[in-house]
Ligand binder design. Structure first.
Ligand SMILES: [Zn+2]
Length: 256
């Protein structure tokens, strides 16, 4: 089992995104955007798909009215095809896609892997198609309204039936948010949190970020994630954690 971390890009976001009551609100920091690939003996799956390549080539057209709100820097080759290419793979080599949720910085590459089954919570797809006003800029129909092979879930799911790659429901940031728990033969499990938290430190302090669908659901998900951590000694990784120095970044490194 191998897990690759693809560094897609990032943004210079105000600390208020992580915590509106942070004492240093008004300070900007770089927040990375990651997506991941799990190589299981029976197939390759993407956990999230990063940004659409048009974010790099024609930012204003892709983002529309939301362009001003997100100062995004997308890396060259930061998209699905570019990142897979660095490993000598093509989009067609992906066997399945799991989406933490359908915000544009996670679902942007869906169009590039239309052949693959897409595992998402049913409630997340419903929300993406009819978002609450304060999240409307985060869900972009151009990302997910394609002829996709949706596999709609209602809660947890064991992807290969062997317990090694498990989707766990972690609602809060959005109604259908889900995280991925990967188990290895010779090391502690890895929990890819997606946006279940932006920062582990803030999660530990129970300080809510700026974008929350349900505070109660988010804190319940944090308790669930910490239970998994306590029970298994798992390593936890947030997609946008500002300190990503410990992340093995593809193509030169991976978790195994
Ligand atoms: Zn999000």
């Amino acid at each position: 089992m191998k897990v690759y971390a693809f560094h897609c890009g990032g943004d210079q976001a105000d600390l208020a995104i992580n915590d509106p009551f942070d004492e240093h609100v008004g300070t900007k920091q770089y927040s990375p955007y990651f997506f991941y690939m799990v190589e299981h003996p029976r197939g390759r799956l993407l956990f999230d798909t990063g940004l659409h390549p048009q974010i790099r080539t024609d930012f204003a057209a892709r983002m529309g009215g939301a362009a001003g709100a997100f100062p995004i820097e997308m890396r060259e080759d930061g998209d699905v095809v570019g990142q897979l290419g660095q490993l000598g793979l093509r989009a067609g080599d992906v066997d399945a896609v799991v989406l933490s949720h359908l915000h544009f910085d996670h679902a942007g590459g869906l169009e590039l892997v239309r052949h693959a089954p897409v595992y998402v919570q049913a409630t997340e797809l419903r929300t993406a198609r009819n978002p609450p006003p304060y999240q409307a800029d985060l869900y972009m129909p151009a990302d997910f309204e394609h002829d996709l092979d949706w596999r709609l879930l209602d809660g947890d799911h064991d992807l290969f039936g062997d317990g090694t790659v498990r989707i766990v429901a972690t609602p809060g940031h959005s109604p259908g948010h889900q995280s991925l728990v990967v188990t290895f033969a010779e090391r502690a499990p890895l929990v890819l949190l997606g946006d279940a938290a932006y920062s582990l430190e803030k999660m530990r302090q129970r300080r809510l970020p700026a974008i929350v669908w349900s505070p109660d659901a988010m804190v319940e998900s944090w308790e669930r994630i910490e239970r998994i951590e306590r029970d298994t000694g798992a390593e936890l990784r947030c997609t946008h954690e500002a300190d990503y120095s410990g992340v093995p970044i593809s193509p030169s490194a991976y978790w195994s």
